[in-house]
Design a protein. Structure first.
Length: 301
């Protein structure tokens, strides 16, 4: 009996693991490069929107310039500031208010960015991004960085115009103030992000902005030193001390004169971390405010 002929098994080449991944290393993967691409895309979009809306740039300068040209000039000699840090001598009122007006630009920009966030969350690009696999903290951080970049450009444009008023700010102060402006912009932007998570309809946001902007600005050290407030009201003094906007102004004020204010820095950084964490939680589809309201974040739950 003839034994059956057996065909030897065909030896196939072992599959090379990760070949597809090596040919397209970042395709469909949420790695560090993908995070950077997402971050850069959101920041670039916000910058393009800002530069294409030139009226937004000039309108941001109207409020502080009117305050500097008219109000500060009228009270130049009446509301002068005595010698106190970081100033080495008696300063005119218009010199004192410039740092506060620069941070005021960032305050309004933070609120305006949060307004655009409400719109984008409902009908714009953020509605799509919030359904993407990227983590919410990354999307919110990208939106925050984009807003801070715009606010820093606006603040330095205001300082460039105010320079003609002989403010006696040292040249190194303009460089030293950059980290302070970034820190204050991050804090005010984080507050705006949390507010945007609480507002469901665009029509309600204007009243919320007024409720936040004006108390923060006027109950602070932006327009007058706190020792003057303490002379008239101890309660108002402590309210101004508890206002994080006061510490943002002081951080920028000291930085413009080449000095560092550690208490103001600690308050600004702590407030930024607290409000940004709350904003991330609020936008979380599982437990945040957006989930309970059935917004774009809640659609994924």
């Amino acid at each position: 009996m003839t034994p059956p002929v057996t065909t030897p098994p065909t030896l196939s080449a072992p599959a090379t693991p990760g070949l597809a991944e090596r040919s397209a290393p970042h395709l469909g993967r949420l790695d560090a490069v993908g995070y950077l691409i997402c971050l850069g895309g959101i920041v670039r979009r916000e910058l393009l929107r800002f530069f294409n809306q030139k009226e937004r740039f000039f309108s941001a300068l109207v409020r502080p310039l009117v305050w500097l040209f008219i109000f500060a000039a009228g009270f130049r000699n009446t509301l002068g500031v005595s010698i106190e840090p970081p100033y080495q001598t008696y300063v005119l009122y218009e010199v004192y208010v410039v740092p506060g007006l620069a941070v005021m630009i960032q305050l309004f920009n933070g609120m305006q960015s949060s307004l655009s966030m409400v719109y984008d969350r409902e009908v714009g690009s953020m509605k799509v991004l919030l359904t993407s696999p990227y983590p919410r903290w990354l999307l919110l951080l990208a939106k925050l960085i984009a807003g801070v970049t715009v606010s820093v450009v606006q603040a330095y444009a205001f300082l460039a115009i105010a320079w003609f008023w002989e403010l006696d700010i040292p040249a190194i102060g303009y460089v030293a103030a950059l980290p302070a402006f970034i820190a204050s912009g991050l804090m005010l932007g984080a507050i705006g992000l949390l507010l945007s998570s609480m507002v469901k309809q665009l029509e309600n946001f204007a009243s919320v902005m007024n409720f936040v902007i004006f108390p923060m600005f006027f109950a602070s050290s932006a327009l007058y030193p706190l020792w003057r407030i303490r002379e008239s009201s101890e309660t108002l003094y402590w309210i101004c001390q508890a206002n994080p906007f006061s510490h943002a102004v002081q951080l920028v004020r000291f930085a413009l004169y080449g000095q560092f204010e550690p208490i103001a820095c600690a308050v600004v950084v702590g407030t930024t971390l607290a409000f940004f964490t709350l904003a991330v939680v609020a936008y979380d589809p599982g437990r945040g405010i957006m989930a309970r309201r059935g917004g774009p974040a809640g659609d994924n739950s």
